[in-house]
Write a protein that binds this ligand. Structure first.
Ligand SMILES: [Mg+2]
Length: 369
């Protein structure tokens, strides 16, 4: 099932012969729903409790379309955990080893400021703080495009650096000292430009600087990390433990930003976190899913020791019905933290009525109209 959310939100339901069902949310985006259905032949007739073997069976079947295959697998794997939890009467975090915490700290991704001016960034910072968030993240890429000397060469001009610094300074002043501020660069800068930007942003006590350079080159990421005291964070476009192995083992970054729905699912994300914990690297969760996927991510965040913060896609607030989509025994959000459900499985169900109102053209509610 695919809904018209902030992006295309994709959902999976698995069913057993004895009538149990499990739900999961795949990574958002177009084309994922079709891939989910292609995995059906890999799964029908299998014992759904064998989650890790089934995961590897799907990885094998997805080898020619890796990233989108993993986006689909994340939803299916989550649905298998939901199913197993329900069949055993325990929440999924219990099956992942148990929970370290009941509530998941969130950061609000506020995107750009209200206009890329110091006052615009200050205003957005004030709004985030007024809404109760203790941690907010801005996107600094494309915030000074009018000063660019070349559209594609990754270089930051002195004028761009000066403007970007003034934006962050304004946000810090408006937010006050007690608020965590992070900055996302979206992989757009050259190594030396990233180092210059980090140097200028050092006085503002950032929680992390994300993807200052593209994540394809571990040595470049390591060079930026070594040059600054700001924690360098990356990972939302890396897949499975294989994608994180070199980054973690060479300690080329200071913090991971793992997308549970996109990297391969709940158990794979937990394993990535555990690998990072061997190097005392904290685990943050990237997240652009609806509250169903957020709940799955929250179970992982509850069950990893080195968790630090989870993304609340604040700009998805424009999807007014998003919290109505999730049915849970208690509120999922309390005091701007995400409450990990204690009910069996994920502890959350999809409100079919709300879902039907927002179906993508050509999609249906798990085979029913
Ligand atoms: Mg990012």
């Amino acid at each position: 099932m695919t809904l018209k959310g902030y992006k295309q939100w994709n959902y999976v339901q698995v069913e057993t012969d004895d009538g149990l069902t499990g739900i999961g949310e795949a990574h958002p985006g177009a084309g994922i729903a079709e891939i989910i259905l292609q995995f059906k032949k890999t799964l029908v007739g299998a014992d759904p409790r064998n989650i890790e073997p089934l995961y590897h069976r799907m990885i094998g079947a997805a080898s020619n379309r890796y990233a989108m295959g993993l986006s689909a697998i994340g939803g299916i794997e989550t649905a298998l955990w939901d199913l197993l939890g329900k069949s055993l009467g325990v929440p999924v975090y219990q099956l992942l080893g148990g929970k370290y915490r009941d509530r998941i700290r969130l950061y609000a991704d506020v995107g750009h400021g209200k206009g890329n001016t110091p006052e615009g960034w200050a205003q957005r910072a004030r709004e985030g703080v007024a809404d109760g968030y203790q941690a907010i993240k801005f996107d600094i890429d494309n915030s000074a495009n009018e000063l660019k000397q070349d559209a594609v060469n990754r270089e930051l001009s002195t004028a761009e650096l000066q403007k970007m610094t003034s934006l962050v300074a304004a946000a810090r002043e408006a937010a006050g000292d007690g608020i965590d501020i992070s900055i996302d660069c979206h992989s757009l800068f050259s190594t030396h430009s990233a180092m210059k930007l980090a140097e200028r942003l050092e006085p503002f006590d950032l929680m992390f600087l994300e993807d200052p350079v593209p994540n394809d080159n571990v040595e470049a990421m390591a060079k930026v990390s070594a040059a600054t005291s700001i924690p360098i964070c990356t990972g939302e476009f890396l897949f499975r433990r294989d994608g994180f192995r070199e980054l973690i083992q060479t300690q080329a970054c200071d913090m991971l930003h793992v997308d549970v729905s996109g990297t391969g699912g709940m158990l794979e994300a937990k394993k990535i976190a555990d690998l990072a914990d061997l190097y005392y690297i904290p685990f943050a969760a990237h997240n652009i899913t609806s509250p169903i996927g957020m709940t799955a991510t929250a179970h992982v965040c509850a069950a990893v020791r080195n968790f630090i913060v989870m993304e609340l896609p604040y700009h998805a607030d424009q999807v007014e019905w998003r919290w109505d989509l999730a049915i849970s025994s208690g509120p999922l959000m309390q005091d701007n933290a995400f409450v990990v459900p204690d009910q069996p499985g994920l502890g959350v169900e999809i409100n079919a009525e709300v879902a039907r109102e927002h179906l993508m053209p050509g999609s249906d509610h798990f085979g029913t109209s």
